[in-house]
Write a new protein. Structure first.
Length: 117
């Protein structure tokens, strides 16, 4: 499975961005999809995840109520709507696919999100 993320860029604090990630290759399986981020000097951490059916989701505490993950299985795409952005949301965002919302096998390249104060 190959994953390609889109939608990063520069936003002001309080603004919004929407990330997309398209899966290709062996996408016939029922993969969970997730978004992770890595800020300078920090470890990569989960931001949000969604099961194949969309019935289960996970969010980092720091983004609950501000970010929403969704997916379109017909288009093999996962989205991350990011609202009320904060400077601390600045990071490289990665999408990932795996067997569950707790385990990931495939990673895409990152897309940089920069939030200015």
């Amino acid at each position: 499975v190959q994953l390609q993320a889109f939608g990063g860029g520069l936003a002001q604090a309080g603004g919004s961005l929407r990330l997309s990630c398209v899966a290709s290759g062996r996408t016939g399986g029922s993969y969970a999809l997730g978004w992770f981020r890595q800020a300078p000097g920090k470890e990569r951490a989960l931001v949000a995840a969604i099961s194949w059916s969309g019935g289960s989701t996970r969010y980092a505490d720091s983004v609950k109520g501000r970010f929403t993950i969704s997916r379109d299985n017909a288009k093999n795409t996962v989205f991350l709507q990011m609202n009320s952005l904060k400077p601390e949301d600045t990071a490289v965002y990665y999408c990932a696919a795996g067997v569950s919302i707790y385990a990931y096998n495939y990673w895409g390249q990152g897309t940089l999100v920069t939030v200015s104060s």
